[in-house]
Write a protein that binds this ligand. Structure first.
Ligand SMILES: Cc1cc2nc3c(=O)[nH]c(=O)nc-3n(C[C@H](O)[C@H](O)[C@H](O)COP(=O)(O)OP(=O)(O)OC[C@H]3O[C@@H](n4cnc5c(N)ncnc54)[C@H](O)[C@@H]3O)c2cc1C
Length: 446
């Protein structure tokens, strides 16, 4: 008997939510032609915040499979800048200390894909184009989920405006502060501040008079944090700069732009963030970084939160995917994990289509937990290298970096070959009836 859900609710229109809708459509419609997927997003429109992100070869492969990469490519220059390597520089000496290469020795990408730095809003727009064309997927903006419950064999989602939606399955893709997680699936698993924040700005390249020291993307490291500098458009007109710095939790509220703040408060925040950047990076030996740190750019603060491993991911008719389940300190790979989740979960739903949902959830957890736990540990380790350090520790970090990059190279490159649409999935255990039939036939054969 086919147990596939027909009415699916997805909470959150981020990378995980939309990828999940597209992937479910691809996998399920051969079995459920009248599939009905509704995405509920709390914002009234697609959010333009968040700056640029780096897509690894895995993320690009999965976006290609969902049709998103074609849409990004159609956007021309704004569809992102190709990244062959993230170069690493010492801000103290100005010297190159290695690179994370997205190409092999022959200059080819992994499984055909390299890296790409692209503004988040461009990915959202590319994904939305596909959603709008799809008659089985609906998206409703301005609907903030505040909780949910299960009633009469259905999942019921509650919205801030007092309304409700009912589905056969709810997928919580509502990010690190997920209401589906904290108010439904696992209230004991609130997000935690990592102690580190991003300060981000977009800077027109033609306003920088110093030579630009990187080809497409660079991590410039110092003992006062790391400054990422990257082009995020094909014509290299914009530099995305993001400083990863230690920032006390008590200071977050004082430095965050909020909707409705008066002009004087905004101006005070702007000046304080500029000062923070100047203080940390204006002594850099790299002229371009020095100039960026002394520029009058507007920096935005993004505190980075995480969801510690080990929490619950699912209940009877609800499951968490992407950052809602396992937000980790970003390491250029978190978006890829959200895409893996979406594709693997959709494939498992079909593979287990004769089984109840809890069997699908169980198989999904068995497939994902170890990978996610390992990734979390590794991210935390890398992330820790960005905190403020003393002189000696800072030097040590610089010396050890090339060694660390080299020793993890094979592991990194093997991970970039991962293809969620091809890996072998577990198979459902045979039902008791089948086991009895099998034993009966075996006995008869004897
Ligand atoms: C500063 C920063 C830089 C990063 N850089 C990179 C990078 O370079 N490469 C990379 O791979 N990853 C990066 N990441 C991580 C990556 O952004 C996330 O892993 C990825 O966006 C997760 O996608 P998601 O859809 O799970 O969550 P999100 O992108 O957070 O999407 C969640 C969606 O749910 C909506 N939502 C939230 N609450 C509700 C609610 N109650 N009701 C309805 N809707 C709701 C939100 O508005 C949002 O649209 C970075 C993260 C940060 C914080």
């Amino acid at each position: 008997m086919d147990c596939l859900p027909r009415n699916i609710i997805i909470v959150g229109a981020g990378i995980a939510g939309i990828a999940c809708a597209l992937s479910l459509y691809r996998e399920l419609t051969p079995f459920v032609p009248d599939l009905n997927i509704t995405i509920y997003e709390r914002h009234d429109i697609l959010s333009t915040s968040g700056g640029a992100i780096n897509l690894t070869p895995v993320a690009q492969r999965h976006l290609a499979q969902l049709g998103v990469l074609d849409e990004l490519n159609r956007m021309g220059a704004e569809g992102g800048a190709e990244v062959n390597a993230i170069e690493l520089y010492s801000m103290r000496s100005g010297r190159s200390i290695g690179s994370i290469d997205f190409v092999d020795h022959d200059g080819k990408g992994f499984g055909g894909y390299k890296g790409r730095r692209v503004m988040r809003i461009m990915i959202s727009m590319a994904m939305m184009t596909l959603v709008e064309r799809n008659p089985n997927i609906d998206i409703t903006f301005g609907k903030k989920v505040v909780g949910g419950e299960e009633m009469d064999g259905k999942a019921v989602v509650h919205f801030h405006d007092g309304s409700e939606a009912v589905g056969d399955l709810v997928i919580g893709c509502d990010g690190v502060h997920s209401a589906v997680r904290t108010r439904w699936v696992d209230p004991d698993s609130p997000s935690q501040y990592t102690g580190m924040s991003f300060l981000q700005a977009n800077i027109p390249s033609n306003t920088i008079s110093s030579p630009i020291h990187f080809k497409s993307s660079a991590l410039n490291i110092s003992r006062h944090g790391t400054m990422l500098t990257s082009f995020c458009d094909r014509d290299q007109e914009q530099i995305f700069a993001a400083a990863i710095v230690q920032f006390d939790e008590e200071d977050l509220g004082l430095h965050k732009f909020e909707y409705g703040q008066d002009w004087a408060t905004q101006n005070r925040i702007r000046c304080a963030l500029r000062h923070e950047i100047e203080d940390r990076f204006s002594k850099s030996a790299i002229p371009c970084i020095k100039e960026i740190a002394q520029s009058k750019s507007d920096w935005m603060l993004y505190p980075v939160y995480q969801v510690p491993p080990g929490g619950r991911w699912c209940m009877n008719r609800v499951i968490l995917l992407g950052d809602a389940a396992h937000a980790m300190p970003p390491r250029d790979e978190s978006a890829a994990y959200a895409l893996d989740d979406a594709i693997l979960f959709s494939r498992l739903l079909v593979r287990y289509r004769s089984e109840p949902l809890f069997e699908v959830f169980d198989a999904y957890e068995r497939l994902r937990r170890d990978t996610i736990n390992r990734a979390f540990k590794e991210s935390g380790h890398m992330w820790d290298k960005n905190r403020d350090m003393g002189f000696l520790e800072g030097r040590l970090k610089e010396w050890m970096m090339p060694l660390r990059l080299r020793s993890h190279r094979d592991e990194r490159e093997a991970a970039w070959e991962f293809d969620a649409s091809k890996i072998t999935l577990p198979t459902p255990a045979p039902s008791d009836d089948l086991v009895s039939l099998h034993s009966f036939l075996k006995e008869r054969a004897v």
